[in-house]
Design a protein around this ligand. Structure first.
Ligand code: G3I
Length: 317
């Protein structure tokens, strides 16, 4: 039986999963992680609070552990994430820096982390979640102090540090056509016009059955591809109100299939990553109480209908 990764490879795509360091002591979990996927994203290990918890003190232990596992398994790594307003250490989020100082802090962080992983990370989510729901620039310590220019600064520093990595901007609720994806479209079009190094847009794909399937997803991916950018589904999960039942699991399976088909229909959609693969380790129940069952494997690491739907959508049987 070919794996999801092998099926995707036959279509010229990768199929990945996020993972996190505490999960790596779960042998049955690691066995699936190591065999089924061709790409791995560290769910937390490469975030600023992990990699530079104190100013100028870098710690790559957790990220390295995941990179080494991926390398042993012949898997690519998607780096996540260099600049984000969340999971920032307080020395950064507390602010109080002048523009000049914050620009130098940001450049140093991006340069040091991207240099450490040079040649080991295929894609970088250089900037994560820069937009508000209405498509305007999110108010963060970076935008407040540096304006929109922080995005170009981060991308330029990442390109200089690792010229071969594909550089992405990544966000949620941009999967379908709407105000937020229109905002992302304007942002990346303007960056491209200014010659800022940007290779792709990441569509997180945190979907929920109760909110409906994203509107015109394939068309949305295509309009970004038409700007000369790669696109990728970077954090896919499809949550539901608990308890799960067979009807909800069937709808979920159909959605996993529909997301996969939308990606396969866009030649520049380079791959799909699910945000971990088992309900055992999903972030959803902690953040949305009463919701969950979002991933293709259940809490006992057994494949759900979504897993079979993914296989079929990727051309398996
Ligand atoms: O590291 C501490 C640990 O020391 C402490 O004992 C424990 C107790 O709660 O918390 C641990 O930190 C948790 C961290 O994950 C590491 O496990 C945080 O509480 C928890 O909030 C954090 O959640 C992560 C979340 O980002 C934070 O925003 C999730 O694991 C991670 O999957 C999630 O991923 C994000 C993407 O980066 C961006 N897109 C959305 C996505 C889902 O929120």
């Amino acid at each position: 039986e070919p794996t999801l990764g092998e099926l995707a490879a036959a279509k010229g795509r990768y199929f990945g999963s996020a993972t996190d360091n505490p999960e790596l002591s779960d042998a049955p979990y690691v066995s699936i992680l190591s065999s089924e996927f061709t790409s791995i994203t560290p769910g937390n290990a490469m975030k600023w609070e992990s990699t530079e918890p104190q100013r100028g003190r870098f710690d790559f232990a957790k990220g390295d552990e995941i990179v080494e596992l991926a390398q042993r398994n012949g898997q690519q790594v998607r780096g996540h994430t260099l600049v984000w307003h969340s999971q920032l250490p307080s020395w950064v989020s507390d602010g109080g820096f002048s523009a000049e100082e914050l620009r130098s802090i940001l450049r140093n962080h991006v340069t040091t982390v991207a240099s450490h992983y040079k040649g080991k990370v295929v894609h970088w989510d250089v900037v994560n979640e820069p937009l508000n729901e209405d498509g305007t620039l999110r108010d963060t310590v970076f935008s407040r102090t540096l304006g929109e220019s922080y995005i170009a600064e981060a991308l330029r520093a990442a390109r200089a540090a690792d010229p071969d990595a594909k550089l992405y901007i990544n966000d949620y609720n941009i999967d379908g056509i709407g105000a937020k994806s229109d905002g992302m479209y304007r942002l990346v079009k303007s960056l491209k016009e200014q010659g800022v190094p940007l290779d792709g847009v990441g569509f997180q794909g945190h979907l929920a059955l109760q909110y409906g399937f994203p509107s015109r997803m394939q068309e949305n991916l295509q309009r970004f591809a038409d700007l000369g950018l790669d696109v990728a589904i970077t954090e896919l999960d499809i949550r539901m109100q608990l308890p799960a039942d067979s009807a909800k699991l069937a709808t979920q399976a159909a959605w996993y299939s529909d997301v996969t088909k939308a990606c396969l229909a866009v030649s520049r959609c380079v791959g799909i990553t699910i945000w971990d693969f088992t309900d055992k380790y999903s972030w959803i129940p902690d953040v949305f109480p009463g919701e969950g069952a979002a991933l293709p494997w259940d809490e006992n690491l057994r494949p759900k209908p979504a897993y079979d739907a993914l296989r079929v959508a990727l051309g398996g049987d």
